[in-house]
Design a protein around this ligand. Structure first.
Ligand code: SDX
Length: 431
């Protein structure tokens, strides 16, 4: 990051004020306005942080115009093609891909920490069987902060690593238990003879009645889906972790807050909403009707799975997800899947429509992920849980980068107050 230029702010009736401009390794130059309030008495107003960098970061970079996503400098396409999810988790955490020895050590640590405290099983019993699994996850992941106190000196790298390894290891178990609880089947304990993602599928789809052998093609597909969802700069849920963590709150409580944020249909809940939208559209003949509705400002309907705050080109994850979808459907003999064909046609028609082209509304990561997860046997209610499982890696790494920032301050935005002016409480006339 270099300081090459300055910005001069000229405010009517005030002396011009200069602010340094940071030039990053990649991306937009940033005006350092940290002293704006002190120098001018003014704040900036940026609803939704459309033009605001909330932090400096070395983890992930998105070029929305190019449709590029880099994890620690590596393009997502190369990582998805050549690496496993745990390689990517290690990369995001430590900044470099693991060598063989590092990978084996990391896999072993994760593998031997996949069980959760048996007391936590009782938390699930408190929920109704039809509770949304995301609600269960918010509760159970937050409850991890009630169990782990011995590694809370986060100035100690060992404690930070323990927290990271622990939550990466336990999330699949927690997610699978939420699923099993929702369908009334017994919880499956982890199997150390399986890989991270194969073990997750065992805990999701296995039963005590027979040995479950995951299909390697499907394991690879789901493992790649985890990689595609691992991190994504300062999205709403990552920003939630940073803001919650800036008060030095327990990381498990911060991750629980992020899960709550991800649940929204404008964010991680879009894959669930997208599949419901495709089911509602039902047939290609009805696509024009729904595209008309998506363009109608008086109609709240949005073409879920399209558009992105940052990508003004194809979301590279959507292209990869489309290929994973085709591979999974072929492996399962579902090439003629109705929803997949409908999604492909919806994408084609939408991308010929000037409304979408002019607004650069391309398919995002959520557009195909629901179809491939449904084909994998994952119920719609679990789609965002899968997203949260993978994104927990990114959330923990964003949390660590924030907590280790020597300039860390508690996040405390100001506001543009537009309420009632100051007034006195009227004297209450005694009756
Ligand atoms: C994720 O931030 C991340 O990185 C998120 C994520 C991650 O990995 O963490 O990538 C994951 O959340 C992906 C996004 C999933 N959400 C959806 O698919 C829901 C549908 N998309 C939209 O709700 C919307 O595109 C957002 C929320 C994704 C982005 O919204 P913005 O940036 O606030 O854009 P906007 O709502 O201001 O839209 C700009 C214009 C508007 O029209 P005009 O006012 O200019 O006339 O585009 C229109 C919008 O009406 N528009 C859409 C649309 N999305 C935007 N019109 C129809 N259908 C849509 N899907």
């Amino acid at each position: 990051m270099t300081l090459a230029r300055k910005a001069t702010l000229i405010i009517e009736g005030q002396e011009p004020v200069e602010f340094p401009i940071f030039t990053p390794v990649h991306g937009n130059d940033c005006i350092d306005i940290r002293k704006l309030g002190g120098k001018t008495g003014l704040f900036t107003y940026d609803l939704g942080f459309m033009s605001t960098a909330s932090c400096s970061s070395k983890i992930t970079f998105i070029d929305g115009d190019k449709g590029e996503l880099l994890y620690r400098g590596y393009p997502i396409e190369q990582l998805a093609e050549q690496c496993e999810f745990l390689d990517v988790a290690y990369l995001l955490k430590h900044g470099e891909l693991p060598d063989t020895e590092q990978k084996n050590a990391f896999v072993n640590i994760v593998k031997t920490h996949t069980m959760i405290n048996e007391q936590m099983v009782h938390f699930y019993q408190g929920f109704r069987r039809d509770a949304p699994p995301m609600a269960v996850m918010i509760g159970v992941v937050g409850a991890l902060s009630a169990f782990y106190h011995e590694a809370e000196d986060f100035s100690d790298e060992t404690h930070r690593n323990i927290s990271f390894n622990r939550i990466v290891a336990k999330l699949p178990t927690i997610v699978a238990m939420a699923y099993k609880y929702s369908i009334g089947e017994p919880f499956m304990y982890p199997r150390n003879d399986l890989s991270y993602t194969a073990n997750f599928m065992h805990m999701m789809f296995g039963t005590p009645c027979e040995r479950y052998e995951p299909n390697p093609v499907l394991v690879h597909a789901l493992d790649t889906i985890f990689t595609l969802h691992a991190d994504h700069e300062q999205n709403a849920s990552a920003s939630t972790v940073r803001l919650a963590g800036s008060s030095r709150a327990n990381p498990y409580a911060c991750i629980s807050a992020a899960i709550g944020c991800l649940w929204g249909p404008a964010h991680g809940g879009a894959n669930e909403a997208c599949l419901k939208m495709l089911e509602e559209i039902g047939d290609v003949s009805r696509v024009p009707e729904y595209i008309k509705r998506a363009k109608d400002k008086n109609d709240p309907f949005r073409l879920v799975g399209f558009g992105h705050r940052v990508y003004k080109n194809f979301d590279p994850r959507a292209r990869l997800m489309q290929k994973i979808c085709a591979d999974v459907l072929q492996e399962l003999g579902l090439e003629d899947d109705r929803l997949f064909k409908l999604a492909r046609e919806l994408e084609r028609i939408a991308l010929e429509d000037d409304y979408f082209i002019s607004r650069k509304l391309y398919p995002n990561v959520d557009f195909y992920s629901g179809i491939v997860q449904k084909a994998l046997g994952i119920p719609v209610s679990m789609f965002t849980c899968i997203f949260a499982l993978a994104r927990t890696v990114g959330w923990m790494v964003q949390w660590e980068e924030m907590i280790m920032d020597p300039d860390l301050k508690i996040g405390r935005p100001r506001q543009l107050y537009i309420g009632v002016p100051r007034r006195d409480v009227p004297q209450i006339v005694a009756c």
